[in-house]
Design a protein around this ligand. Structure first.
Ligand code: BG6
Length: 488
């Protein structure tokens, strides 16, 4: 893929919440660091009626609110605002689309154009069609699509077909913002920039893998979207399965789009299907009720939503990857809203020593574990057994201690970046390595659909858990009945 920077960056849904919190602040930070191409213009579009000046004020307000004080300056703000334009448009109003088309033609030059569709997914195909009809989707244009791509395999295929009629696959950049996170990329650095882990990274040495994405927030005013989605579609289909791919995939030949995505798709296709007959054994769902998070009382999901619902706000799964490397190793995945702490963590637990020479009595040797924490802070920890200092008469006493690496401390001089800074820079420079290919999205939906179909057929509904707790008790049974435990 040739790399040609874009000179026009267009955000559809430019007045939305994501735009204010993440997208505009990311463009600001890239500009501040001199990373935006010379003369690149930014065009915002949405239904709201703004003119250029009105949208510039909107952008300035978003930067004031969401970029930390120490990172803002008048010069940088003025430089960014000088790039910014706005054109209102609505898909049900052909005249407004014509006006948008004219504006885009006027702002483009011979360099590339990026369109970021940060709208509801049902608008993706019609928006692309509208661009195509106006001669705005030819070579040198590319489109970024926010998640979720559909709500099941059929709707994802329909969206991908619709977008694919206008843009070739290598010009479609599907966003999973987890891939833009520093800690997620560091997982690749850890695995493939070091020789010592690879010989151990397989079923011979690893007993179990756990991936947890716990959030303290509830549904935060997004009830209508969330209730249609639930934890499985909102988090597992994308973020958790992408993390699983990066942990489990074979080493790609290069850090480049095709090589990396070819390895991820193999993992997704090796996931053992879970369906009606085994959902009860391999999955647990929950829905939070009123409780307390960080000492503050919070309402239950149904109170927030204001109606009855059987949507899951928590899911835990026991997955298997049927290939040589991972045969027999359970991958426990878990995500939920209103958990006690915000924490994204991957834990690889190694097998126990084959024979202990120590008489450790009632407390057997704890197996080694590699803990990779991605959020809220980045942290890598290797848990090892160590002699407890002392003159024990009955043989050595051992305690588990951690070799640990704190990225905040290690890289104190480096600014923490938003995931969208990485993703925007890559899209502007036409590098798709950290974006999701069509086949990955569809394979992930296929696996998720079978589970959801299983829940329906087996009549499973989420179990209640009080907000501020780690999900329903059966989430513990899921691991314990196989001799494992969540490593919190
Ligand atoms: C989004 C989900 O994709 O990811 C949200 O739609 C979730 O429900 C969010 O809260 C979590 O992202 P992060 O970056 O805060 O871990």
């Amino acid at each position: 893929m040739t790399r040609q920077p874009a000179s026009l960056f267009t955000i559809f849904g430019a007045t939305g919440d994501l735009s204010q919190r993440m997208l505009l602040p990311s463009l600001y930070s890239l500009d501040r660091e001199g990373l935006l191409p010379e003369g690149m213009r930014i065009l915002g579009t949405a239904r709201s009626e703004h003119d250029d000046a009105g949208f510039r004020q909107f952008v300035a307000d978003a930067i004031e609110r969401f970029v930390p004080d120490g990172e803002r300056s008048e010069d940088c703000m003025a430089r960014l605002l000088a790039r910014v334009h706005y054109q209102p448009a609505s898909l049900d109003d052909g005249t407004s689309l014509d006006a948008l088309g004219e504006r885009l033609h006027a702002l483009r030059d011979e360099r590339d154009t990026v369109y970021h569709l940060s709208t509801a997914p049902r608008f993706y195909a019609p928006t692309c069609a509208a661009l195509g009809e106006r001669g705005l989707a030819g070579p040198g244009t590319r489109v970024m699509l926010e998640k979720p791509i559909g709500r099941d395999l059929a709707s994802a295929v329909a969206i991908n077909d619709g977008v694919g009629r206008v843009f070739d696959e290598e010009r479609i950049f599907r966003v999973d913002h987890y891939l833009g996170k520093e800690g997620v990329q560091n997982l690749l650095a850890l695995r493939f920039g070091n020789a010592m882990f690879e010989p151990l990274w397989n079923t011979r040495h690893i007993e179990q893998v756990q991936i947890t994405v716990a959030e303290t927030v509830g549904v935060e005013g997004r009830g209508d979207y969330y209730d249609e989605s639930g934890a499985m579609r909102d988090m597992v289909q994308n973020h958790l399965l992408q993390l699983l791919c990066l942990v489990a995939m074979e080493p790609p030949t290069h850090f480049e789009p095709t090589a990396v995505r070819n390895e991820k798709i193999k993992v997704l296709r090796s996931l053992r299907a879970i369906g009606r007959d085994d959902v009860a054994q391999h999955t647990v769902t929950g829905q939070y009720t009123a409780g307390a998070v960080a000492g503050k009382a919070v309402p239950g999901y149904l109170e927030e939503l204001g109606r009855a619902s059987t949507t899951e706000t928590f899911v835990a799964l026991r997955a298997h990857i049927d290939n040589w490397r991972w045969r027999g190793v359970p991958f426990y995945l878990r995500t939920g809203k209103r958990m006690p702490q915000r924490r994204t963590e991957i834990v690889l637990q190694f097998r126990s020593v084959p024979h202990s020479i120590f008489d450790t009595g009632a407390s057997p040797l704890a197996p080694n574990a590699l803990v990779i924490r991605l959020q809220p802070e980045e942290h890598i920890e290797l848990r090892l057994m160590n002699k407890t200092p002392g003159l024990d008469r009955h043989g050595l006493q051992l305690t588990q201690v951690a070799l640990d690496m704190d990225m905040q401390e290690e890289f104190a001089a480096h600014r923490r970046r938003l995931a969208y800074e990485r993703l925007y820079l890559d899209a502007i420079e036409n590098n798709g390595t950290l974006f999701v290919r069509r086949d990955e999205t569809e394979a992930a939906w296929q696996w998720v659909d079978a589970i959801q179909d299983g829940w329906r057929r087996a009549g499973l509904v989420p179990k209640p858990y009080p907000a501020g707790t780690a999900g329903p008790a059966s989430a513990h049974t899921l691991t314990e009945k196989h001799g494992h435990a969540w490593l919190d």
